[in-house]
Design a protein around this ligand. Structure first.
Ligand SMILES: Cc1cc2nc3c(=O)[nH]c(=O)nc-3n(C[C@H](O)[C@H](O)[C@H](O)COP(=O)(O)OP(=O)(O)OC[C@H]3O[C@@H](n4cnc5c(N)ncnc54)[C@H](O)[C@@H]3O)c2cc1C
Length: 439
């Protein structure tokens, strides 16, 4: 049975909620983090006016550590592989608590090229993927079409990627919400390192966080809410996607570089009575431009996605045109599908496409007690959610991160801070005067 409904716990105006941990943002990252914290015995309040309505609502849900490999992004690969490896156990635990399926499919992915240059580009990328120990197998077109008869007979290359899977992000969000508010968690059927005491049902606060609350010692003690209410918490995790830029009260007015990268995406389905178009995820390189088709259990096919750094928050007509045209070049039967939905959302992009996850430091470089950030997941937030949840929980609990220390070094949220400038010498005295950080 799929998890589809989003439970809500309405709050009356201007309440004061108390929890061990406050999480800003109920996208896939904030929810997975809150869930992990509940499983590790912490009470959690999750603040979001529209849970699941951000980038997570648009996402195709490809869990693609292999086909998402890009040149010069080596530090990202270990994060993607670690999170992909954590997915089966993560999904099993969420489904057990939520009482339904979140649409995880361990089917393989086929990556197709259309012209000779696409074939060469895929071959070059395969060299890189193989160098990193990733499995990518070229398939004769006839073999590929035996697996997926809907593929175009005019493809120039097909690569089979057995380890790239998918999940339905909308059902995952619904499942996480259900798991978070479940009265109690089922006794884990298999023991794992993360199975711990139950921190109790989470509070879902349907409101916008306007800023941080600070104690007299500068520690962050929770959140201020738009309706005048507040959340008190010993630890606050900021997971608001692109919304980080609007939050007030960040230490020293710190703002890591974060830009919206818009994506248009389509949902289609076969006409009534027609069979499913595809079984596997199909990705295409069409005259150098990527496109993908992700089939769900119910026959729906998600077609995505554009990548626009413009100011258009709505759906781009040109983007939709391009998606349908390119998808059809790879799978001609796309033209027979019913177009059910078009939507656009902004991915939270960082300069190196690596998220910001860690403790926030103050202007002097010391960690601000009670404050973590977890955003900037760009194209990989669904894939990275289990890892993001585990890393944030380890930081909140003060646990030894062990092998995760390397991941945390990669995601250091302050890696783009400008270095502290050397203080200028006073021309009168010749002494250097103490300087504040220019972060
Ligand atoms: C078209 C498209 C396709 C994608 N496909 C994939 C894919 O196949 N695989 C993959 O891994 N990733 C994919 N992504 C990327 C993925 O969607 C994002 O990386 C991921 O959803 C980020 O999750 P998040 O929880 O950080 O942010 P979001 O999902 O954006 O959630 C942030 C939440 O914070 C809330 N919020 C913001 N400000 C505040 C505030 N002040 N107070 C309270 N709440 C606030 C918002 O309401 C929102 O619900 C895709 C993205 C797009 C746009």
């Amino acid at each position: 049975m799929p998890v589809t409904s989003v439970p809500s716990v309405p709050m009356s105006a201007a309440q004061h909620v108390r929890a061990d941990v406050a999480v800003v943002g109920a996208g896939v990252v904030g929810l997975a983090t809150a869930w992990e914290l509940r499983r590790r015995g912490r009470s959690v309040a999750v603040v979001d006016p529209e849970p699941g309505a951000g980038a997570s609502r648009a996402a195709a849900g490809m869990l693609a550590p292999v086909s998402e490999v890009q040149y010069q992004q080596e530090p990202l690969y270990p994060l993607m592989l670690a999170s992909a490896g954590a997915y089966p156990a993560f999904v099993a635990a969420v489904e057990e608590a939520a009482g339904g399926s979140v649409g995880y499919r361990a089917t393989e992915t086929l990556v197709c090229g259309v012209d000779a240059a696409d074939r060469q580009a895929l071959a070059d990328l395969r060299e890189l993927q193989l160098r990193h120990g990733l499995a990518v197998e070229p398939l004769p077109l006839r073999t590929a079409r035996a697996l997926e008869p809907a593929l175009s007979p005019r493809l120039s290359a097909v690569h089979r990627i057995p380890d790239d899977h998918q999940v339905d992000p909308r059902r995952l969000v619904a499942g996480l919400l259900a798991a978070l508010v479940a009265p109690e968690l089922p006794t884990p059927s298999g023991s794992s390192a993360t199975d711990g005491p139950d921190g109790g049902p989470a509070r879902l606060v349907h409101d916008r966080a306007t800023g941080l609350r600070h104690g007299p010692d500068g520690a962050v003690t929770g959140l201020r809410l738009a309706d005048g209410g507040m959340v008190s918490a010993a630890e606050t995790v900021l997971a608001p996607g692109t919304g980080l830029t609007d939050l007030e009260g960040l230490p020293g007015s710190w703002r890591p570089p974060l830009r919206p990268v818009h994506g248009d995406i389509l949902r289609t389905r076969p006409p009534a009575g027609a069979p499913a178009l595809l079984e596997r995820t199909v990705r295409g390189l069409v005259h150098g431009v990527p496109v993908y088709l992700v089939p769900r259990d119910d026959g729906t096919v998600v077609i995505g996605a554009t990548s626009r750094e413009d100011d258009l928050d709505g759906i781009s007509a040109g983007g939709v045109l391009r998606l349908l045209r390119d998808a059809q070049a790879v799978v001609p039967g796309v033209a027979d599908l019913e177009l059910v939905e078009a939507m656009a959302r902004a991915r939270p992009g960082t300069p190196d496409d690596i998220p910001y996850l860690g403790r926030v430091r103050g202007p002097e470089g010391d960690p601000v007690p009670g404050l973590l950030v977890s955003t900037g997941y760009f194209r990989h937030g669904v894939l990275l959610a289990p890892l993001a949840a585990r890393l944030a929980a380890e930081l909140v609990l003060g646990a030894d991160p062990g092998a995760d220390a390397e991941h945390l070094a990669t995601t250091d949220p302050h890696r783009f801070d400008r270095p502290v400038e050397a203080p200028a010498a006073d021309p009168a005295t010749g002494f250097r005067t103490p300087n504040r950080s220019t972060r």
